[in-house]
Write a protein that binds this ligand. Structure first.
Ligand code: GLC
Length: 483
């Protein structure tokens, strides 16, 4: 079976978040399971120093402009075990950011999405490799599914190639205008309610949803939630319409890259047989780094983007109250909304003995926080899958999270009777509920035996990509029985 991933991001070369991480690790598991999987991603400025061999032939986008001609570069880095094709077009992709710069989103983002998606369909002419399935990720690659239908003609029953669209976050849909659609070169009939048109706008994700053979999202609970008004981001009707073809497959994590016994970014390894030893040493060093005292109080960690989705505005408001009522330390690493960044920095000043804050994105520090903390906070308003809670769990940090999306699917909640719980879930991103979960956690932490048993279960959750890879292979088979 031959599968081409089409994605605007791929870790470790170009990533802004979870999408890049998934595209950088799921293909490895698929390859191990026997799939001939390859990835197509734009050659962004951050990829410019990679060893890339440029193939000779060009891919033209609607032929009328030289600017719209792209080349294909093949990654020649043997450490990365899956073939990666880069779409080389400096006019569209040699930019400071992947989607935006300091002035905001690029105004030609729809055209950039069309250029990438159309190139995916044309790649076979240049690369001498013909995919059976195009696996598009998120709005920027979503039009791939439509270009494929346009190429094959919808009347043919015997399709030679099929498509899968994976939605990593329904909030980001790629919304533009009708004029932008006209630049796509797609058939005019694709501008309709059952195509790319959505309330008078061009909606790239919707077009992908309508055109894909199958649709997946990154957890089973999120696959159900997005059919509702509450979580559907106005696409719930369209997702219900495609409901029979929509499945949820839980993301895994790369168990080698996130291994607390071998991770060189953390000051001391954490062994499953005696996690508290390693974690204590990591904690001693982290509190020093944040200029906090080493105290006999549980340490709560946060590693997150500070966006509305993540609900950390709720924690920010609740923290002064929590700190009055509970003896606890908080370490927060994140960046995003200005008001939250400011608010957290002020809080750290107001509570210098209990709150440490770093604004930014720092992979090694994130790992040290996972390794040092006793609990990990994720009060998300919605969460398609969530990777951070899985990393935290591997490193022995017990998650406290909202009961939503992938958090529901990865955390077995503490209830009065449960003996198998691996964390705490509360109903929604609400200050009082969060406070009460944190207080319960502080109480449980005092009971060393209880906490140790919970921590040990948490560290043993199964989170490898193998199971997910098998599910994707089954899904590919439903799309395209021939393979
Ligand atoms: C997005 C989602 C996150 C998910 C990730 C990878 O970033 O917000 O929940 O884990 O994609 O699929």
């Amino acid at each position: 079976m031959k599968v081409l991933f089409v994605s605007p991001e791929i870790s470790p070369f170009a990533r802004t978040g979870g999408l890049g991480e998934v595209v950088g690790s799921l293909p490895l598991a698929l390859k191990k399971a026997g799939v001939d999987v390859r990835v197509l991603c734009p050659l962004h400025r951050c990829c410019k120093d990679l060893p890339v061999r440029i193939l000779e032939s060009e891919i033209a986008f609607r032929k009328e402009s030289k600017l719209k001609c792209s080349k294909i570069g093949v990654l020649e880095d043997h450490k990365f075990p899956v073939p990666v094709y880069f779409l080389v077009n400096d006019h569209f992709f040699d930019r400071e950011g992947i989607y935006a710069d300091e002035n905001g989103n690029y105004s030609d983002n729809s055209l950039r999405a069309f250029v990438l998606s159309q190139a995916a369909i044309e790649l076979e002419k240049v690369a001498e490799w013909i995919p059976d399935i195009f696996h598009a990720h998120d709005w920027m690659a979503a039009p791939t599914c439509a270009y494929l239908n346009a190429k094959q003609g919808e009347v043919t029953k015997l399709k030679a190639q099929g498509s899968l669209l994976t939605i990593h976050n329904l909030e980001h849909q790629g919304i533009f205008t009708h004029k932008d659609f006209l630049a796509s070169g797609l058939p005019h009939t694709y501008w309709s309610m059952d195509g790319f048109e959505h309330h008078g706008n061009l909606n790239l994700l919707k077009g992908g949803i309508q055109h894909a053979d199958k649709i997946s999202t990154v957890s089973p609970t999120y696959a159900k939630e997005i059919r509702t008004v509450e979580h559907g981001h106005k696409l719930e009707e369209c997702l219900r319409f495609r409901g029979a073809d929509l499945v949820g497959i839980l993301n895994g994590i790369d168990a080698d890259a996130w291994n607390p016994t071998t991770d060189t970014s953390i000051p001391h390894p954490i062994e499953l047989s005696a996690p508290s030893q390693g974690k204590k040493k990591c904690k001693q060093s982290l509190v020093k780094e944040f200029d906090l005292p080493f105290s006999n109080a549980p340490l709560f960690g946060v590693v997150s983007r500070l966006h509305h989705q993540k609900g950390l505005d709720v924690l920010l408001l609740a923290l002064p109250k929590i700190l009055k009522e509970a003896n606890a330390t908080f370490v927060i690493l994140g960046s995003g909304a200005d008001d939250q960044e400011k608010g957290y920095l002020e809080l750290a000043k107001a509570f210098p003995r209990n709150v440490g804050v770093r604004i930014g994105f720092d992979d090694a520090l994130a790992r040290r926080i996972f390794a040092s903390s006793d609990f990990f906070l994720m009060p998300s308003r919605f969460e398609p899958c969530g990777l951070a809670q899985q990393y935290a769990m591997r490193y022995g940090s017990v998650p406290i999270a909202t009961k939503t999306g992938g958090l529901t699917d990865t955390i077995r909640p503490r209830t009065d009777r449960s003996k198998k719980h691996t964390g705490y879930l509360f109903d929604q991103a609400d200050g009082l509920l969060l406070i009460s979960a944190i207080k319960q956690a502080c109480k449980d932490w005092q009971d060393k035996k209880f906490y140790a048993a919970m921590q040990s279960r948490t560290m043993q959750i199964s989170c490898s990509w193998e199971l997910a890879a098998q599910k994707y292979i089954q899904l590919y088979g439903w799309i395209f029985p021939k393979s």
